[in-house]
Write a protein that binds this ligand. Sequence first.
Ligand SMILES: NC(=O)C1=CN([C@@H]2O[C@H](COP(=O)(O)OP(=O)(O)OC[C@H]3O[C@@H](n4cnc5c(N)ncnc54)[C@H](O)[C@@H]3O)[C@@H](O)[C@H]2O)C=CC1
Ligand SMILES: O=C([O-])CC(=O)C(=O)O
Length: 341
Amino acid sequence: MVAYDDDDDDDDGVVICGAAGGIGQPLSLLLKQSDLITHLALYDVVNAPGVAADLSHINTRSTVTGHGKDGMEEALQGAHTVVIPAGVPRKPGMTRDDLFKINAGIVRDLAEGVARHCPGAFVLVISNPVNSTVPIVCEVLKQHGVFNPKKVFGISTLDVVRSSRFASELSSAIDPKTTRVTVIGGHSGVTIVPVLSQIPGGFAQSLSKEQLDALTHRIQYGGDEVVKAKDGAGSATLSMAHAGARFTNAVLEATVAGKTGLVESTYVNLAADSESTAAFRAKTGLEYFAQDVEFGREGVSKIRSLPALSEHEQTLLDAAIPELKVNITKGTAFITDNSKI
Ligand SMILES: NC(=O)C1=CN([C@@H]2O[C@H](COP(=O)(O)OP(=O)(O)OC[C@H]3O[C@@H](n4cnc5c(N)ncnc54)[C@H](O)[C@@H]3O)[C@@H](O)[C@H]2O)C=CC1
Ligand SMILES: O=C([O-])CC(=O)C(=O)O
């Protein structure tokens, strides 16, 4: 382990679990640029001290510490925010759900660490399958009596990033940097529902049915495009690090710096805003869903109501709901039927 301050209350401390991995390293590099982080703790079962030593020479505000296999407690102690890109990525031919067998246990163990060592932390989950790993985190925190639905997020920002970029490739009027597309549902295949009809200027309405179907499919299966191109060497890492840093920075700006007006689409437990989601939950039976969330000091300050959907988007949403339910039930049952706590 690298030097560690013994202040248990790591007010602006951010921990990356899986920090030496394909996402973890560039994500740590991007977060090292943040002035809102005083302590960046890198935890991984391999190579964390080396990555930490390297990053620690960069002349920005945060102190960087590295924590190896036996260092989870030390890394998590009193943390403000925990970002989880730990676990295995896909190979060609696999679905995200195929990762459940390995990643469910990894995420469960990290959630137990959070419950024990930093129960008030914001938890940002990248590890796939996100539709199931977020319920796993929530159920572990519930079992420990420390669950706050406003503080647990599935990072689905890469779907938003892809939507902006891919749409801009079809219209020069779209600036991919400033055009934010709401993406609802979840983070895998048909559960990814980009609300392209909300892009200003009538973009979606100007596309032919074939163009709209192709764009939607490309966003839903953008992950496969990268898995195929990497040909066995993993899945999206650099674009994911960008998306993960964007999302983490938004959470920190709201919760540490008190910035208002920040909105991102993210996969959350709908109890985070039980009032505004009551009708949707009653109608769909879903407990988790990705939707535009407004951030505040406590994390989720509001889950926005669904935007008006086109007929095409409503059809996509109808197809997403049954698969989401299966994914959510699988994650929840992994803890409630299989508890080792
Ligand atoms: N939410 C999203 O949009 C995306 C999610 N992902 C997911 O992110 C995860 C990580 O992907 P990569 O970084 O490419 O994989 P990777 O294999 O390159 O890195 C994963 C890292 O996690 C570490 N690790 C494994 N078990 C651990 C544990 N118990 N505690 C701490 N660290 C542990 C490994 O040592 C490794 O360094 C995968 O599940 C992948 O599917 C990938 C891209 C996008
Ligand atoms: O496709 C994968 O396995 C990784 C991922 O979640 C993405 O790139 O969206």
